[in-house]
Design a protein around this ligand. Sequence first.
Ligand code: SIN
Length: 519
Amino acid sequence: MVTPRVIVVGTGIAGLVAALRAARTHTVTLVTKAELGESNTRYAQGGIAAVMFPDDSVGAHIDDTLAAGAGLNSREAVEILCAEGPDRIRDLVALGVEFDHENGLLARGREAAHSSARVLHAGGDATGAGIESALVRAVRASNVSVLEFTFVRDLLVVDGQVRGVETVDSAGAIRRLEADAVILASGGAGQLYAHTTNPAVATGDGAAAAFRAGARLADVEFYQFHPTSLAVPGNFLVSEAVRGEGALLLDATGRRFMADWHPDAELAPRDVVARGIARQVAVQDGAPVLLDATGLGAAFLEARFPGIDRVSRAHGFDWSREPIPVTPAAHYWMGGIETDLRGRSSLPGLYAVGEVASTGVHGANRLASNSLLESLVFAWRSVDSLGQPWPEDHPAPDTVLRDPIGSDGEPFVRAELQHLLWDTAGMFRSAPALESARSRIAGWSAPSGLSFAALEDRNLLELAGLLVGAALARRESRGAHFRDDYPEADPRFARHSTVQVTPIAPGPHATKETSHALV
Ligand code: SIN
């Protein structure tokens, strides 16, 4: 019997876990545009949330996740995440990941909007790096074929079924790789924004390729901004776990200000803290707010947060003695390729796991440290459903279709797009700002060429148009999506948004102009 083939795209936790698990039953090719393991996962600090302690409960983790998600989570997906999470953590340990321990027990941190300390970490604040290095070792020792520095430009679709990928190598050579299934685990798109905690590779390539192939995307307007990155070029993440250990946010005069915005102050949901900081910065004429960790002591800071300690000192800050300047930055995309509870997209043969997917777990605002867990749980579930019949697609009746972007506008400039989105589709949005972004985006021509930068630019421009359109359509404020002109949540909008490219044979709802629907 011929062993079925699967292509996994992306080498963060979702891709590595999917590849390792699939390799037991499939011939696996793992493709990444960078070196193996370069991904958002590698830079994750705070950790991975899971119910591993007797004073915690799956029910409490579910409740916290739903509360953060502001009415837009899929309850079933959240229940799966929280219930299956602990077993998947044990599987991760079996794959070689070493979490930190204290007095012989797993160590745990607290992060915002968690009712219990349930965030496991590794190497203090090097959790992602610890996970990546163990999984990369396991992949290198497995029979998974790895293609590094290989860009997945598009998906191969034959008779409505995904049959592989079209790749471009760093010399510009195009190749077709065929497979029985493709698992996209290609991460988020933080590079849409001028300020982001994400690495340079986070350009939304998988979501853009899936969209062009006809897969439905969901909730693309929901982008999470992390409240605290170091206010220096590069926006190095300063983990929420620092506030979980007791660090305070201070205004320029040294006053704690977050209690003005939420009773949980520094540990309020992430979107609330990010907006609170941004408003305070505006009041202070652009001066950054300060994170005061001096009460935690030099020895503790160095041992618990060695990475932040090293980087902040390299920038000239001794955070054990003085508060450090912090600022919000784009961090995590809740939207992505719409999937069911087994990672299956609307396009037969295409799975999506990790940040590129929209499973419904995170709703309108992701609970801190739930993303590594989501990647793990849903990568596992996707692989376990390989080979099963594809469920019939039931698009919502008003799912609206759109035409791809044009090719006769101004030359595209990535930095201009990043500033445009930061200014108009960032933490604060409004119809006039989003409309102006929409017309600027429409004025750029689709970047062409086979360099990785050109391929990324094409994807960023595609996704920017979708994000702005969805943000315009959602005339309310919910979770990470805040509209100055509609500052309250509106129950009529307590639904997912979807977007889909015009198919080859347009259905009755096809339109040239409108690209988004709330369903
Ligand atoms: C952090 O360490 O603050 C990041 C955790 C996360 O984004 O889940």
